[in-house]
Each structure stands twice: as C-alpha cells, then as structure tokens.
Design a binder for this molecule. Structure first.
Ligand SMILES: N[C@@H](CCC(=O)N[C@@H](CS)C(=O)NCC(=O)O)C(=O)O
Length: 265
C-alpha cells in the first residue's frame, strides 16, 4: 500500500454480490494489475466455466453519453456484450413496463439481474474487467473522478432539457464560463496529483480514465452548442489521460467499427 494513503482496517466482508460471472477472466480474480490491453476477446462464462452465459446487455440511447465509458470497458476487456440502443419510444415503453429501476438509462441486464445508475454499473463492470483499482483508497480516488465527471454531465443535461431558447442560451453561457471550467480545473488538479502522468489513478487504466476521455471527447466534438470545443484543451493533465485512452488499440478498434443502427426492442 502506498505510504501516503489512509490505512483502514478491513474486516472480512459479509457483503457479497449476487452470484454473477467474472466478466474479465473466467475463474481468475485478476484485479487492477496487468493492463488489459492485449487480452484476446472472451466470452462470459459461469462459475464452472462450462456453459456460456447470456451476453450482458447494456441499454442506453443511441448516443455516447453515460453509457460510453461502460461500452469502452467491455471493448477494452474483450467482453462480448449486447449494445442495445433504445429509441425514445422503446425507452418510454420500458419505463411503462417497470423494467427500468429509475426510469432512466443506462441499465445493465445480466442473467435476469438488473443494475441501474451509471456509477453502480461502472463500479461493477470496472471490477469485473480489471478497470477498477483493487486497493480501497485507489478505488475511492477513481470514484472521485467518475462522480466529478458525472456532475459535468448533469450540468450539461440540465441545459439540454431547457426548451426556452433564450433561457437555454443563457444557461449555456454560464455552463461554458463557470460550471464546466470549474469542473475541468478540479479534474485537472486531481489528475496532476497522481504520480503517473496519463492516468487518473495509479499507473494503469481505470474507469476514471474512461469517463474523463468520454467527457473531453464529447466537448471536443462540439455537439453542445454554446460551449467551445476547446474548453478542456488547456488542461494538460486530463488531456494526457485523453491521449492515453484515445491511443489504446482496443479503443481505436471500437471507433473503427461500423456504427450500428439504433436497435428497436
Ligand atoms: N444518475 C443516473 C442519471 C441517469 C440519467 O440521467 N439518464 C438519462 C440519460 S443520460 C435518462 O435516462 N434520461 C431520460 C429521462 O430521464 O427521461 C445515472 O448516472 O445513471
């Protein structure tokens, strides 16, 4: 354990997750150790490693948004998953059927289990793919990034929901001049405090890097009108993390895949 991190005693936990497969590596308990850069594609297996289980299904809209870091985690770890992209109509129909716990997306469905809230999904998928640090302090530091980025998503989403054009533009001005610069500066300072440049936490890839990558890519794509594409560019530490993820072979492969049409379910 690093000398400068809090040391909390760890009693054996009575909390155990439902019996779900290890997405990353059947039969192994690989944690945040080796970078999962070059692992071959895997199927998902059950505990006796015999019968393949159903693929995990990730439900979201036909955009990157809060699902993309989860999709990237699956792609990086070579987990075969169903990338379900709901239309607004299919989403509303799912809301009516009661199959979305918070009537929101993303949702992960696995072997009859349903998990909502992107942070919970990222924690679970990150653990099972080796993209969540195994050590408690580092795991909490990764959560610090993920939840910080989520605040930026929420601030953007609030302006997307606004229907009055004048109010929306006013909100966007404030978003671009106050909220996002503040969050980006905080994320950059956090990234600067990590001893390995190019990674948010520790010295290997984690969900924290993937969420940062997704936020910066979204800004740089210029899809949020009224928010300059270059807003994150001066923040060298998070830009370095963006570069780490962007240059990852599995990430490049993911973005070279033909875009699937929105799946109607
Ligand atoms: N805290 C939730 C927020 C989820 C959320 O706001 N999802 C949006 C899409 S990013 C959604 O489902 N919007 C549709 C709606 O609320 O009607 C999470 O992190 O998963």
């Amino acid at each position: 354990m690093p000398v400068d991190t809090p040391s909390l005693s760890t009693a054996p936990s009575s909390l155990s997750p439902p019996s779900l497969p290890d997405l990353a590596s059947p039969g192994s308990s690989r944690s945040h150790g080796p970078d999962p850069l070059y692992l071959p594609p895997r199927s998902v297996f059950n505990d006796d490693e015999c019968a393949p289980l159903q693929k995990p299904r990730l439900l979201y809209f036909g955009v990157k948004g809060r699902a993309e870091p989860i999709r990237l985690a699956f792609a990086i770890a070579g987990v075969d998953f169903e990338d379900v992209r709901l239309t607004e109509r299919a989403f509303l129909s799912r809301c009516r059927s009661g199959s979305l716990p918070y009537e929101q997306l993303p949702v992960l469905e696995m072997e009859g289990h349903v998990l909502s809230q992107s942070f919970a999904i990222m924690t679970f998928v990150g653990r099972r793919t080796g993209l969540m640090p195994a050590e408690a302090w580092e795991e909490a530091k990764a959560a610090e990034f993920v939840l910080g980025v989520d605040e930026a998503y929420s601030a953007i989403a609030e302006t997307v929901r606004e229907e009055d054009v004048a109010t929306k533009m006013k909100m966007r001005t404030e978003l671009a001049s106050v909220h996002l610069p503040r969050t980006l500066a905080c994320l950059d300072a956090l990234a600067a405090s990590n001893s390995t440049p190019g990674y948010a936490v520790g010295s290997s890839l984690s969900m924290a890097d993937l969420v940062l990558f997704n936020l910066i890519s979204w800004l740089r794509a210029g899809v949020v009108s009224g928010v300059p594409k270059t807003l994150a560019d001066k923040h060298t530490h998070i830009m370095q993390i963006h570069a780490t993820v962007q240059s990852h072979p599995r990430v490049q492969e993911w973005y070279q895949r033909p875009r699937r049409p929105t799946k109607r379910v």
